[in-house]
Structures are given as structure tokens and as C-alpha cells.
Design a protein around this ligand. Structure first.
Ligand SMILES: Cc1cc2nc3c(=O)[nH]c(=O)nc-3n(C[C@H](O)[C@H](O)[C@H](O)COP(=O)(O)O)c2cc1C
Length: 344
């Protein structure tokens, strides 16, 4: 098997099984809600099938499987990008079988065309990119980056709406604060989050490890509170510096879709991963705040008040920062079955 995102010297000599392993080895590094990694893959011939793993769905916070499907969409984008890095042209069918709603997509390959420099740069960020969970340096984003992020979303029928107006940005931050308060008072939600927040030193290869969030929340104005992964244990990364310095909330944005079904969620996930990797190529980081979208009343108020009636799928903040976060993943062998022509 090829290691991580190591690129083979001559892709032409790889077997179909090796190509599938290569694509899945990259795909597992997609972002997923609470790092649940709610996916599994089957490969047969020159085709990979991506399935949502409902056993990893957040039953309390995500009863419809919306965030599960967004996560799978991010993995789908990453698998396709990995195939492009080998100069293959992926042929993708999203939700190919109405009888199998958990079959997210089939991806096959055969035809070849040289990868672009941009595809290569995006692929180079798959392992480097990390979710950010603090404030940002008071430094502007590189010129042209937001336009590139918006263009990335549009490729998947999604819209990245920059929430630039101070009042609207404060309203979005207030929704995150309200959701965070409501979440912390709800025993079932607290218990579910705790199941995906392992203790320091845990050998788990999923969930949000303490090396990926700050021990002490860093407040910004307006404040976008993070999730309480440490649940009172004081876990998390120590501050990089003890000196207080001005921190920014960054550029707030909403990723929205015109409709709100599984295909829209999968495409929002594809758009999300393209956006995150594009930001990473520009040296920018992104924070994700889906807390308010997990409460129907807050999601609806964001939809009507801040996104012109379009369905909010993710709340994001972008900014410049040096990151210290680490993350974990299950090995590709745990999620890939090869040589099987069965879809389910
Ligand atoms: C649908 C979705 C929702 C997410 N929501 C949040 C969130 O509310 N807060 C947060 O800190 N991270 C959120 N994340 C980021 C995941 O926690 C992160 O992708 C995962 O822990 C893996 O870490 P990595 O992105 O650094 O590889 C979300 C990711 C996805 C795909």
C-alpha cells in the first residue's frame, strides 16, 4: 500500500486495488462532525462506492443525518481529488440508488488527463489542513482568497455568503452563543458530545482529541464560542503565548444551499472541503461552528434573517493564524473493503 498522500512515481503501474487504497487513504483526512468519520468504502474493479456509516451518526444533534452527509461529501471530494492527483478523470454519481439511501456516491475512473497545478496544490493540503478553534491574528486574508472560496462553493451549487456587515456578524455570533448555552444545558447533547471527546492519551483514532482545541477559550469581539469538548476536565492545548494580544473573530461566512435534501448536503460537503483546502493553500485557517444549525429554531432564524431564505449548512470563520492543532484518523484498512462488487 502507498503511504498517506505519498505520490506514486508512475501511476500507470498501479493496480485498481492500489488506486482505490490511495484514494481512500486521502479521503479519510476529510473533516467530519466531531471527527466521527461516518463513512466506509467498498472497491471493485475501477470503482469505489462511498457509504454513510449510520452507526456513527449523531442521533441527538444530527437526527436527519445532515452533518453526516456533509462529512461524507467532504470525503467524496477528497477521494476525487486524489484520483486527479494521479491524472485520472473521476466519473461520479451521487446517490446512485434510491433503494440504498446510505450509498452516498459511486466514483469510477479510467480516462486520464493531466492534473492542473491548482488540483495538485489542493491535494497537497489534504493532510496539512486542520480545523481552527480560536481567534485569528489581526492580519488580512490574502487578496483574492474570498473570491476563490466563493467560486469553489459555486462549483457544487452552494453559496458561500460572507457576513461582512457588523450587525449581521454580531447576530450570527449571538446565534452561536445561544446554541452553545442551550447545548450545555441539555444532558443528552452533553453526553453525546462527551462520547466524541476522548481524554488525553487516548488511543482512539476518532473523536476530537485535546491536542486540537485550546484549554482556555480565546474570546473575540463578537464572540463565536467553541464547543465544550473538555467538559470541565481542563483538557486542551496550552496558550502559545502568555502575553495577551489582540485577536480577531476573522471573516464570518455561511455556506448555504437552495434546497435541503441529502444531495444538497453531500454537495455542501464537497464545497466545504474545496473551500477548506483552498483556504489552506492561501495560508489561511477556518473555524467551523455548526452549533446553531443543530437547533431547528436557530437554523430557521439564520435562514430567514441572514441567508435570504437559503438553507444554512455551515457557519465558518476564516483568518490567518499559526496553528498547533493535531487530529487523528482511522487507518484506511478499517474503512475500505476491496474486491467486493456489493454496494451495501
Ligand atoms: C459537518 C461538520 C460540522 C462541524 N462542526 C464543528 C463545530 O461546530 N465545531 C468545531 O470545532 N468543529 C466542527 N467541525 C470540524 C470537525 O470537528 C473536524 O473536521 C474534525 O474534528 C477533524 O479534525 P480536522 O478538521 O482538524 O482534520 C465540523 C466538521 C463538519 C464536517
Amino acid at each position: 500500500m502507498l503511504l498517506d498522500d505519498e505520490q506514486p512515481a508512475s501511476p500507470g503501474s498501479l493496480t485498481a486495488e492500489e488506486i482505490a487504497e490511495y484514494a481512500v487513504t486521502a479521503a479519510v483526512w476529510a473533516p467530519s462532525v466531531h471527527n466521527t468519520q461516518p463513512w466506509r468504502f467498498t472497491a471493485a474493479g475501477q470503482q469505489i462506492s462511498l457509504h454513510a456509516d449510520a452507526a456513527r451518526q449523531l442521533r441527538v444533534a444530527d437526527p436527519d443525518g445532515r452533518e453526516m452527509m456533509i462529512s461524507c461529501g467532504a470525503a467524496l471530494f477528497t477521494a476525487r481529488l486524489a484520483l486527479r492527483s494521479l491524472d485520472f478523470v473521476p466519473q461520479t454519481t451521487v446517490l446512485p440508488d434510491p433503494g440504498q439511501p446510505l450509498l452516498v456516491a459511486r466514483v469510477s475512473w479510467g480516462r486520464r488527463a493531466a492534473r492542473t497545478e491548482l488540483e495538485q496544490r489542493l491535494f497537497g493540503q489534504v493532510r496539512q489542513r486542520r480545523t481552527h478553534r480560536s481567534g485569528f491574528d489581526v492580519v488580512p486574508l490574502p487578496p483574492g482568497l474570498l473570491a476563490a472560496l466563493r467560486e469553489g462553493a459555486a462549483r457544487y451549487g452552494a453559496v458561500l455568503r460572507i457576513v461582512a456587515d457588523d450587525g449581521r456578524r454580531a447576530a450570527l455570533a449571538a446565534a452561536v452563543q445561544q446554541a452553545e448555552q442551550a447545548q450545555r444545558l441539555d444532558g443528552e447533547r452533553v453526553a453525546e458530545l462527551a462520547r466524541w471527546a476522548p481524554a488525553p492519551g487516548s488511543a482512539r483514532a476518532d473523536g476530537v482529541p485535546p491536542e486540537s482545541y485550546p484549554a482556555r477559550p480565546e474570546h473575540t469581539d463578537p464572540d463565536f464560542p467553541g464547543r465544550d469538548f473538555a467538559h470541565g476536565h481542563g483538557w486542551g492545548l496550552p496558550p502559545l503565548s502568555t502575553a495577551p494580544w489582540p485577536r480577531s473573530a476573522g471573516v464570518a461566512a455561511l455556506l448555504t444551499t437552495a434546497h435541503d435534501g441529502p444531495v444538497d448536503w453531500i454537495n455542501a460537503g464537497q464545497a466545504l472541503q474545496r473551500i477548506l483546502l483552498t483556504a489552506s493553500t492561501g495560508g489561511a485557517a477556518a473555524a467551523l461552528h455548526t452549533q446553531p444549525l443543530e437547533f431547528g429554531w436557530l437554523r430557521e432564524s439564520i435562514r430567514t434573517g441572514l441567508s435570504d431564505g437559503a438553507y444554512p449548512q455551515l457557519v465558518l470563520r476564516f483568518g490567518m493564524v499559526i496553528q498547533a492543532a493535531a487530529s487523528v484518523r482511522r487507518p484506511p484498512d478499517d474503512v475500505l473493503s476491496t474486491g467486493s462488487s456489493e454496494d451495501s
